[in-house]
Design a protein around this ligand. Sequence first.
Ligand code: SF4
Length: 337
Amino acid sequence: MNPFSYTRAAGAEAAIHAGAAHGAKFLGGGTNLVDLMKSDVEHPTALVDINHIGLDSVVKMADGVRIGALVRNSDLANHPLIVESYPMLSHALLAGASPQLRNRATTGGNLMQRTRCYYFADTAFPACNKRAPGSGCAAINGFNRIHAILGQTDEGATSAHTCIATHPSDMCVALYALGAKVEVDGPKGKRVIPVTEFHRLPGDDPAKDTVLGEGELITGVTLPAAKFAKNSWYLKARDRQSYAFALVSVAAGLEMSGGSSGIIKSAGLALGGVAHKPWRSAEAEAALVGKPATRETFVQAAELTVKGAKTYEHNAFKVELAKQCVVKTLMQAAQIT
Ligand code: SF4
């Protein structure tokens, strides 16, 4: 581990000031960052501890809910406002990590999670454009069972742009389906970013996971007024029943007219484990609206979620798995057995 300075910020303003130093990183729960520092993947020059700056409450607003960036994943999953009005988010949080990690991990930190691509986390493999920009991609011709099938940059193993990594978060998949927004503050002031625009596809810069600028601090997440509380679900397909990242996950919410067996008024649908960011398919959502909540409707939408998928030696199974998971999740959300 490289040497670094440590500062405990007393408030958000002090944190932003300290975080503006080149190479500084904010320390919340530290469940991902500290692991990566120990593995010699992350090398911050300064850690700014933000655990004592507040931002740790869940507040009901006139038009939704505001979640402080430092609300722990366990507290958020079990908060009455979330359990009652956004159960999909509660389920997604409880599907992630272990109880010990959820007790420590924060809402802001969950948004900032880095990929679990084996080659990114293991410095014995020199080729990784995300860890060492310009070095190539070991995964594309390596063991790529957990890797992306959508939105990847795929120009060959030696290209400086190639990255087929997936985003690891469960929470974020639910936030995408719910249409959340991310509030940030930084050296250039405050801004609000729709969560669907917060994470990046690899494009020509795989090292960059999000659109955050240097020194910008996540201060909170807002959820719009609840409309999927009665008809929503989160499904996670993984190799083990607990403490494993998703091969494919799906968050789905349906707003129904005429009860659970009626017509779909609006839909939120996002997939995890298939792309560099949670994958929200506007085309699949549009295909659900105005249709009856039937298996046939859901099968048609599922086909659209994987439109344009490209697979590699070990992950072709994800296309069919994703479609099956989408249908099953929508059936659960619609309460169809
Ligand atoms: Fe690195 Fe991305 Fe390739 Fe994984 S998929 S080795 S994170 S460049």
